[in-house]
Design a protein around this ligand. Structure first.
Ligand code: ADP
Length: 175
């Protein structure tokens, strides 16, 4: 399992995997944080693709994910996953965060992608406590990979050192 899951410290827009995950908001029309960085790096084609999805499907609720092209990014596609806003933990936040990871993995599998990179969904503006979010991310990915061949390589891309340490520790514990 360990050899299929990795931690990277850096900027997800620069990661050359098949598909990167965006911590999107329900509007799908861009925002701050990693969402803003992805749209800036991808250029206008990504926003156009998001607008199309938005027209067809309306808003994307928390826990759900949609896939688009990746514009100018090195990745081939972007999965826009909407995490929950942290409201103290009694509003199904854990379940919705797990769903966001699970639905992203499902989309990568359905599209035949071999490698996927995740940011730490919900841990920025959405305020999810980092250690708890990292545990859910690692547990959900591990559970998914056990019975699936794709995606074969999963990267947790941590923008800051604190998250990188959290993920590294969890993956080491898992063996
Ligand atoms: P959310 O609204 O889901 O909380 P944010 O974008 O505010 O999304 O933050 C999610 C995580 O993404 C945070 O841990 C933040 O540090 C991280 N982040 C911000 N920019 C980047 C980037 N370019 N690459 C990877 N992670 C990033």
């Amino acid at each position: 399992m360990k050899s299929r899951v990795h931690v990277l410290h850096g900027d997800i827009t620069q990661v050359a995997v098949d598909v990167i995950v965006n911590a999107a908001n329900s509007s799908l029309l861009g925002g701050g944080g990693v969402d803003g960085a992805i749209h800036r790096a991808a250029g206008p084609a990504l926003l156009e693709a998001c607008k199309k999805v938005r027209q067809q499907m309306g808003e994307c609720p928390a826990g759900h994910a949609v896939i688009t092209q990746a514009g100018d990014l090195p990745a081939k596609a972007v999965i826009h996953a909407v995490g929950p806003v942290w409201q103290g933990g009694e509003h199904r936040e854990a379940e919705l965060l797990e769903d966001a990871y699970m639905n992203s993995l499902q989309l990568a599998l359905a599209n035949g992608y071999n490698s996927i990179a995740f940011p730490a969904i919900s841990t920025g503006a959405y305020g999810y406590p980092r250690a708890a979010a990292a545990e859910i991310a690692v547990k959900t990915v591990s559970k998914f990979l056990i019975r699936r061949a794709l995606p074969d390589q999963v990267y947790f891309v941590c923008y800051d050192e604190e998250n990188a340490h959290l993920y590294s520790r969890l993956l080491t514990q898992q063996g």
